[in-house]
Design a protein around this ligand. Structure first.
Ligand SMILES: NC(=O)c1ccc[n+]([C@@H]2O[C@H](COP(=O)([O-])OP(=O)(O)OC[C@H]3O[C@@H](n4cnc5c(N)ncnc54)[C@H](O)[C@@H]3O)[C@@H](O)[C@H]2O)c1
Length: 367
């Protein structure tokens, strides 16, 4: 089976590698000539560390590269059974591309890797909108196991089945996600950062908050994770979700995050961030209450998402464990703390906050 990939930037190239290393033939293109011209060399460079440490032979690398054909334009995608788009995050650009792809390959299943645009909006205007679905990979695509599969209302079940089958064959764990803002991971992750930023604004330090979370089994604390991904990316994701959710206080954009971006302290990419101030902080004496607070907010967000439909408890837990490296998913946290404790924690937070409604419990948590 032939897979198509449109867009050969960070994600597109990673998606090409994902399918090609699983044995699929891949057709790939980019609107930008130099991105097409350099694609195979960039792919070879991405594989070089594995070849160097003996995890991949020269022959396997060459065979993988031989399975990838860079084409000049979308017109040449006709042989592809599934075409995945990973171009610029703009609705008009994606719609124009999918119109061209639908004309070039009328029988192909079309998929978008969008992070933030509702999939049904991208599909609107296509002659056969039911052929378009979301396949949301995480960065770096060849490494991250999780892929969120988004089937908007009316999506063709056979299209969804094909996308799932080939993506699982490429070694991914595919989780059904609703066509709701942020899908699962980008939405359910918000409280991890949001509660940490709330604590920061209340006078706690990034070091002690991260230390508390790490002591509870999290590989990285919220601030280290912001620094790894980039405060600018985190701010854009938070602002995008806040706007998409009508400015609900659960998605409040904290001034501390805005200030960090304004100061250019974006994390790893600028060498300055929340956590780049020196040695790791000791675990604070009240670490358990920091963890309980952040986890209560994580549980509540997951319960709100669950109440909106299109997703299961297991799906959410798996998505957060694989997408964020969490030691347990929100429903694992709910089992651990118990609904009564979560309700009490949320009630205390609601009583103390000026962001009224931020901690209103989801129906799932009702006594
Ligand atoms: N970077 C991430 O962490 C991440 C994670 C998940 C999803 N996404 C989504 O994946 C998509 C791509 O993101 P990225 O980070 O790879 O971006 P990128 O800027 O690295 O790459 C985008 C590529 O698309 C090309 N392009 C632009 N318009 C095009 C068009 N009309 N036709 C063909 N190619 C075109 C550009 O030349 C560029 O090479 C976006 O929708 C983004 O939201 C990104």
């Amino acid at each position: 089976m032939i897979i198509g990939v449109a867009g050969l930037g960070t994600m597109g190239l990673g998606i090409v590698q994902t399918y090609a290393q699983a044995g699929f033939s891949v057709l790939a293109t980019d609107a930008h000539g130099p991105a097409r011209g350099s694609a195979l060399a960039r792919l070879a460079a991405a594989l070089a560390p594995r070849v160097a440490k003996g995890a991949m032979t020269d022959e396997a690398r060459d065979a993988l590269l031989a399975r990838v054909t860079v084409i000049d334009s979308a017109d040449q995608f006709a042989p592809a059974a599934l075409i995945i788009e990973a171009i610029v995050e703009r609705l008009d650009a994606k719609q124009a591309l999918f119109t061209a792809l639908a004309a070039a390959a009328p029988e192909a299943v079309l998929a978008t890797n969008t992070s933030s645009i509702p999939v049904h909006q991208i599909a609107a205007g296509l002659a056969r909108p039911e052929r378009l679905l979301g396949l949301h990979f995480f960065n770096p695509a060849p490494v991250m196991k999780l892929v969120e599969l988004i089937g908007p209302v009316g999506c063709d079940p056979q299209a969804l089945a094909l996308a799932r089958q080939v993506t699982e064959a490429a070694g991914k764990t595919v989780i059904n996600a609703p066509d709701r803002p942020g899908f699962i991971v980008n939405r359910c992750a918000r409280p991890f950062y949001g509660e940490a930023l709330a604590l920061l604004e209340e006078g706690r330090s990034p070091g002690e908050i991260d230390a508390a979370m790490q002591a509870a089994g999290y590989r990285l604390g919220p601030f280290a994770l912001i620094d790894l991904i980039g405060a600018d990316i985190n701010l854009a994701a938070t602002e995008g979700l806040s706007a998409a959710m009508g400015g609900h206080p659960r998605y409040h954009v904290f001034a501390a995050l805005r200030a960090q971006v304004a100061a250019g302290a974006l994390g790893a990419k600028t060498g300055r961030g929340f956590t780049f101030k020196g040695e790791a902080a000791p675990v604070p004496p009240d670490a358990a209450s920091i963890v309980a607070r952040i986890e209560a907010a994580l549980v509540n967000e997951a319960c709100w998402l669950l109440s909106e439909g299109g997703v299961t408890r297991d799906g959410i837990d798996t998505a957060l464990k694989l997408g964020l490296n969490f030691p347990r998913g929100p429903f694992g946290m709910l089992d651990h703390h118990g609904a009564a404790t979560i309700r009490a924690t949320l009630a205390a937070l609601e009583a103390a906050t000026s962001l009224k409604g931020r901690y209103a419990p989801a129906p799932e948590l009702a006594a």
